[in-house]
Design a binder for this molecule. Sequence first.
Ligand code: NAI
Length: 307
Amino acid sequence: MKITIVGAGNVGATTAQRIIDNELANEVVLVDIVEGIPQGKGLDMYEATPITGVDVKVIGTNGYEETANSDIIIITAGVARKPGMSREDLLNTNFGIVKEATLKSIEKSPNAIIIVVTNPLDVMAYTAWRISGFERHRVIGMAGVLDTARFRTFIAMELNVSVEDVYAFVLGGHGDDMVPLVRYTTVAGIPISELLPKEKIEQLVKRTREGGAEIVSYLKTGSAYYAPSAAIVEMVESIVKDKKRILPCSVLLQGEYGLNDVFVGVPVKLGKKGVEEIIELKLTDEEKQALHASASRVKKIIDSLKF
Ligand code: NAI
């Protein structure tokens, strides 16, 4: 298993570290445009492996030669948010970066599965799919696993229970209009509506929607990367080990949920082929409306792009 990570910044490097520590690949390649950064970080990670006891070869590079025949390509290259910026503010810069990263990666690894992380997420995942010409099951955007993890954390904090017992689902675009599905949220099987008053749940939903901005407001110089990298690795693990986990991911919809030609977060089954199934939940009218509103915002941005 060979995994390439494009972008050796906060998210990319932390993802590499987690993949190496969990021995999810025997070769990890870090690519970045800044000279020295991927080489230095990659070598540093490689030098940790005799201590941690994992057999993973780590290469850092500014080119794509060494990425050849990767099974998975994770695109984290781009700029991240600063305080006051929305994910859409990153659009123009990151559009060019994701286009380039996709083209150069697939030239060397035409059979890879691409996981897109760069924001604005759903639009960048669409970009990678469109530019690569790959079948839709091989291009997946990471957002829902992170948004769901945030929601689960806030619920666990509120109830003072283990995060492991909190189960939740967040659908929709990775933006302020994401759709946390309260109806499917349980604590050890108990519906959240039986454990918390409606107003409290709404507060936690709001905090989840603003979860990314909350971290940006603390860090000031960048955005979150510990939870995002953990979310990426949960997806990678399901693909590498063919676990067939059901995880919320941004995928191209072609009729599912009444939506077409747009990337948006829905539950999917992830296995060795990538997206092996798109799960269609029976949504209430209100939930469907919220998902469609979120998707139409993504679609509007997609339509403004020049491919
Ligand atoms: P960062 O600034 O720490 O790292 C980005 C890296 O990309 C830098 O090292 C930069 O040199 C590199 N880069 C820029 N242009 C490149 C190119 N053409 N080729 C190769 N490398 C290039 O940023 P961070 O925090 O790692 O975030 C990366 C991206 O991930 C941002 O767009 C951020 O908004 C997004 N993100 C998405 C999340 C999600 O839920 N989908 C969660 C967290 C971050």
